[in-house]
Design a protein. Structure first.
Length: 244
């Protein structure tokens, strides 16, 4: 049935762009550095764009710094880079697909209060391996505070926090409140009762596609924007975001 649907409903540009579209994504890693599969949410969301484009993505996972560097050299579309993280100004970005909050998890006993990045002075933060954040955060990284890059495992990172090896765990979530994040945190960890999610997220990021402005891959950005606009209007993207 899927093949029939695509043959009748695919956009008019599908035939001329029938070759796979290289899509650079952040590589997820496990405790021993092994590559982990793409999350179910990303598979569903990016699958929606494949179907809407009438094209197939050639997924190319790399550590984040390498992924960004490849995009800056015109090696493909890039998925998930914050717009203000492009210090060179050479990338062209799609409209936002969805927004994610960067929440801070701390020990209850520390009674940590954070109103701005300056309040993290001297703290040790746990972030996913290879993650990069907004320009202000990156300017303060390893100067005002220290960042330890850890595997894509909440259990490992939260245990480090519980044991006092880090002061804050940075947690990406599409949920709107700390209460929702805690409710949806799928972690089997008794020590979670000793931890708290701070009520104010550290920052909010708009998730977009990007491509080198003068590369052949930049032609996909207007087409992706059409899909984003249509998906918003019909509520299809929001449904994927809320249901995942």
């Amino acid at each position: 049935m899927a093949a029939v649907w695509l043959s009748h409903c695919a956009p008019v540009w599908a035939e001329e762009d029938s070759s796979p579209v290289p899509l650079i994504v952040r590589q997820r890693t496990g405790p021993d550095g092994e590559m982990l599969p793409m999350t179910a949410f990303n598979r569903e969301l990016l699958g929606y764009f494949e179907r809407s484009l009438g094209a197939r993505f050639d997924y190319r996972p790399y550590p984040w710094k390498r992924a960004a560097a490849l995009a800056l050299h015109g090696e493909g579309l890039l998925w998930g880079m914050p717009k203000d993280a492009d210090e060179t100004g050479t990338l062209v970005f799609s409209e936002p697909v969805y927004a994610t909050n960067i929440w801070m998890v701390a020990r209850k006993a520390d009674k940590l209060k954070v109103d701005g990045l300056k309040d993290l002075k001297g703290k040790v933060l746990s972030a996913f391996r290879g993650c990069r954040y907004t320009g202000e955060f990156e300017a303060m990284r390893d100067k005002l505070f220290r960042v330890e890059e850890d595997p894509d495992s909440f259990v490992i990172r939260l245990r480090k926090l519980h044991m006092g090896r880090v002061d804050v765990v940075l947690l990406h979530s599409r949920r709107a409140t700390a209460e929702e994040v805690l409710k949806n945190l799928d972690v089997s960890l008794p020590e979670i009762d000793d931890l708290v999610i701070l009520p104010k997220p550290m920052q909010r990021e708009q998730i977009r596609f990007a491509a080198l402005r003068d590369s052949p891959h930049a032609k996909w950005i207007p087409k992706l924007n059409q899909i984003i606009a249509k998906g918003r209007k019909k509520g299809e993207i929001q449904k994927i975001v809320e249901d995942s």
